[in-house]
Design a protein around this ligand. Structure first.
Ligand code: HSE
Length: 435
C-alpha cells in the first residue's frame, strides 16, 4: 500500500518532536497501521536544528502545504485561534484530515470545525489538546463508551500544579516558580492562561462535551485562577487533611451540567491529591465502571507528540472508512448532542473552606455561625488559630457541608458586613471526589 502522507504546520518544540517521533518509530508505527506514514511537507517560518529536513519539502508559506494534493493528513501546530482556524477550515475544505493540539481552537471553534469536517467527510482529531500525553479523550470517548459519565475532575494544567506543589513543599514565591515553569517550556506563551485557569478551562470545555454529549461551550466554563492562594491557606488545608489543587470539574446533575475551574480542597488521601509537579491527572466517575484515574505528563515535546501521532495513526487507519463509521468528534453522534444547560456558578452545589480575619472577642463566632445557619449552611469543622502577638484579628477557618453557591455568596456578604470581620473572607471550594 502506498504511504500515508502527512503535512506539518509549525516546527517548534512540538512540531519537531512529531517529525522526529514519526522517523524514530516509523517501523513500529507502520506495523500498527499496515502502511508507512511519511512526513512529506512541512510549513514553517524557519527550520528547526533539532530536525534533519533533507528528505522533506519545506515551505515558508503554510498555505503551500494545504495546496499540496499529495497530503492526506495535516497536523496543525501553530497555535492561536485566528490563522489556525483559517488553516484548519481550508485543510478540511481541501478534503484533508486534520490533527491538532490546539485546545483554544477546539474549545472556542470546535462546533464550527466539526460541522465543516462532518460535511466534508473528514476527521479532526485533538487528543493532544487535553492533558498532553495522557490518552484521556480516547479513554472517555471510546474506552468508557458503555457508561454514563457522572463527573470528571482533573489536574489539567501542569504549570499551575507545579507552582502549587513548589509553594507547598518549598515555600517558594509564586513568581519565582512561574519563571522556572516558563524556562522549562511548560507555560503558555501568555502565562496568565495557566495561572488564571484559561488553559484549564479550554481543556475542561472539551472534556465536558465528550463526557456528556453537549456542544462545546467554553464561554460558560466558570474560571478562577490560583494567583490568590496563600501559603497560609495551603497550611491550614493540610492541618484539616486536605491538599489545594487547581481542578477542572465537569459534573452532570439533575438541573444540567456544571463546568468549573477553580482551586479546590481535596482530601489528602485521594490518589489525585498526590499528583505533584507538572504532572496531570484526570479522574472520571462513570456509572458502571466507577472511578478510573489517568495520570501522566500533560505537556512537553515528546508526550504531546505521542498523542498527536496516535491521532495520525487513527486517521491513517480510517482514511477509506465510511465517515459515519468513524468515532464521532464529540463522542456522541452529531445529531444526538443534547441541549442540557450548563449551570451558572450560583447553581453549583459544593462545600467550602472559609478563612475569616475576626476580632478576638466574645460573640463573633456566634454571629458568623448564626448567619451560616440562617442560610441552611451546616458546619463540618472549625479551627481558630492562636492570635499572633500584637495582632487584633485571629484567623478562623471553617469547613462547611454542601450548599448551593448562591446561598454561600449571600452568607459571605452578611459575614463581611460584621464590624468584627476585618477582611474579605477567603473562600476555597472543597470536593470529596468520592461519589
Ligand atoms: N501550559 C500547559 C500546561 C501546557 O502547563 O499544562 C499543556 O497544555
Amino acid at each position: 500500500m502506498k504511504p500515508v502522507k502527512v503535512g506539518i504546520l509549525g516546527l517548534g518544540t512540538v512540531g519537531s518532536s512529531v517529525f522526529n517521533l514519526l522517523n524514530d518509530n516509523a517501523v513500529e508505527i507502520a506495523r500498527r497501521v499496515g502502511r508507512t506514514i511519511e512526513v512529506a511537507h512541512i510549513g514553517a517560518r524557519r527550520d528547526n536544528p533539532a530536525c534533519d529536513l533533507s528528505s522533506v519539502t519545506v515551505s515558508r508559506d503554510l498555505m503551500d502545504v494545504l495546496d499540496d494534493e499529495s497530503i492526506d493528513i495535516v497536523v496543525e501546530l501553530i497555535g492561536g485561534t485566528t490563522l489556525a482556524l483559517e488553516l484548519v477550515l481550508k485543510a478540511i475544505a481541501q478534503g484533508k484530515h486534520v490533527v491538532t493540539a490546539n485546545k483554544a481552537l477546539i474549545a472556542e471553534h470546535g462546533n464550527e470545525i466539526f460541522a465543516a469536517a462532518q460535511k466534508k467527510g473528514v476527521t479532526v482529531a485533538f487528543e493532544a489538546a487535553v492533558a498532553g500525553g495522557i490518552p484521556i479523550i480516547k479513554s472517555i470517548r471510546e474506552g468508557l463508551s458503555a457508561n454514563h459519565i457522572e463527573w470528571v475532575a482533573g489536574i489539567i494544567n501542569g504549570t499551575g500544579n507545579f507552582i502549587l506543589t513548589e509553594m507547598r513543599d518549598k515555600g517558594r514565591d509564586f513568581a519565582d516558580v512561574l519563571a522556572e515553569a516558563q524556562a522549562l517550556g511548560y507555560a503558555e506563551a501568555d502565562p496568565t492562561f495557566d495561572v488564571e485557569g484559561i488553559d484549564a478551562a479550554h481543556k475542561l470545555a472539551i472534556l465536558g462535551s465528550i463526557a456528556f454529549g453537549v456542544p462545546l461551550q467554553f464561554s460558560k466554563v466558570y474560571t478562577e485562577g490560583i494567583s490568590e492562594i496563600t501559603p497560609q491557606d495551603v497550611q491550614y488545608a493540610a492541618d484539616f487533611g486536605y491538599q489545594i489543587k487547581h481542578l477542572g470539574i465537569a459534573r452532570k446533575v439533575e438541573a444540567g451540567v456544571e463546568m468549573r475551574v477553580h482551586p479546590t480542597l481535596i482530601p489528602s488521601s485521594r490518589i489525585i491529591a498526590n499528583v505533584d509537579g507538572v504532572m496531570n491527572a484526570v479522574l472520571v466517575k462513570s456509572d458502571k465502571t466507577g472511578a478510573t484515574l489517568y495520570y501522566g505528563p500533560g505537556a512537553g515535546g515528546n508526550p504531546t507528540a505521542s498523542a498527536i501521532v496516535a491521532d495520525v495513526v487513527d486517521a491513517a487507519r480510517v482514511l477509506t472508512a465510511d465517515p459515519t463509521n468513524r468515532v464521532p468528534h464529540l463522542a456522541f453522534q452529531p445529531d444526538a448532542l443534547a441541549d442540557t444547560p450548563i449551570l451558572s456558578m450560583d447553581e453549583v452545589e459544593t462545600s467550602y473552606y472559609l478563612r475569616l480575619a475576626a476580632q478576638d472577642k466574645s460573640g463573633v463566632l456566634a454571629d458568623v455561625t448564626r448567619i451560616l445557619s440562617d442560610k441552611g449552611i451546616s458546619i463540618q469543622a472549625v479551627m481558630q488559630q492562636e492570635p499572633e502577638p500584637d495582632q487584633e484579628a485571629v484567623s478562623v477557618v471553617i469547613l462547611t457541608h454542601t450548599v448551593m453557591e448562591k446561598e454561600m455568596n449571600a452568607a459571605l456578604a452578611e459575614i463581611e458586613a460584621l464590624s468584627a470581620i476585618s477582611e474579605k473572607v477567603v473562600r476555597i471550594r472543597m470536593e470529596q471526589l468520592d461519589d
